[in-house]
Design a binder for this molecule. Structure first.
Ligand SMILES: [Zn+2]
Ligand SMILES: [Zn+2]
Ligand SMILES: [Zn+2]
Length: 271
């Protein structure tokens, strides 16, 4: 399985829109991996996770043939994960050469927003939408997918995904605080790859809605005790905010000597 991190920031990006804080100023000055667009990932060139306002730029920057990607998992309805108005551009008169309809999968909050756009008469069935619910399994595009409830803003019906194919399991756990017991139980066995929310960066005590590096380590210990994560599991921290007051360079420095990888825009890992 291969994952490419197209964007790795929280809602505002790093630097954040119209922000003059020290973290944003440093990011602009240092550039490179310290610049982050909004979170989105691509699995094996055929499964997209989330659909935010930076989708357009990711398509251009990484030369992604979006016209050949037919499946998109949505984690929740916050705007940095679902920019629903851009769904209009799949309408047949704006989007040529697409052989199949695109399929969006979301829990109820995002599902309702997508449905509203996709049901407009000019869309002519070009976008299909599917409701997914926590603690259910789905077979999507050849992937076995477990839907897990996230510890995040309830009104966005937040979920995250355990994605399995060819005996490899990837846990994409973003926009969640410490996982609830039902979620840990539903994950079941060992995962080969985990990517965790690190919105709080080097700050301390982030346990609900999002995590920070300190609570990422705590989460790893909890998952190790449940034999979900072990020393061979690839561990990534991702989804950073300028409010976490840490840039890529700062996180990498802090992670020295550990087996944890700090994400950056364009990071690709095959396992
Ligand atoms: Zn987010
Ligand atoms: Zn800032
Ligand atoms: Zn969110």
């Amino acid at each position: 399985m291969k994952i490419k991190f197209l964007g790795t920031a929280a809602a505002e990006g790093i630097p954040a829109l119209s922000c003059g804080c020290e973290t944003c100023k440093r990011a602009k000055k240092l550039g490179g991996r310290n610049l982050r667009s909004r979170s989105q990932a691509l699995i094996n060139n055929d499964l997209l996770i989330d659909f935010n306002a930076d989708t357009y730029w990711h398509m251009v920057k990484y030369d992604i043939e979006l016209e050949n990607i037919n499946h998109v998992l949505i984690t929740h309805s916050h705007q940095d994960h679902l920019q629903v108005k851009d769904i209009e551009y799949f309408r047949p008169d704006f989007c040529h050469g697409r052989k199949e309809s695109i399929n969006f999968y979301s829990a109820i909050s995002g599902y309702n927003l997508i449905k509203q756009e996709a049901d407009m008469p000019y869309m002519q069935g070009s976008v299909k939408y599917h409701l997914v619910e926590p603690y259910n399994d789905y077979l999507i595009n050849g992937y076995k997918i477990k839907v897990l409830k996230a510890n995040h803003a309830e009104f966005t019906t937040p979920v995250f995904y355990l994605i399995e194919k060819d005996n490899k399991k990837l846990l994409y756990a973003h926009d969640t605080g410490i996982f609830c017991q039902d979620t840990i139980n539903y994950i079941g066995g060992r995962v080969d790859f985990i990517t965790m929310d690190c919105t709080g960066g080097l700050q301390k005590g982030w346990r609900d809605n999002h995590l920070c590096l300190e609570t990422n380590l705590e989460m790893i210990e909890i998952l190790k005790s449940r034999k979900i994560v072990d020393n061979k599991t690839i561990k990534v921290v991702n989804h950073f905010s300028h409010n976490g007051q840490a840039l890529y360079d700062d996180i990498v420095k802090e992670l020295k000597g550990t087996d944890i990888i700090c994400s950056y825009d364009g990071l690709e890992i095959e396992f």
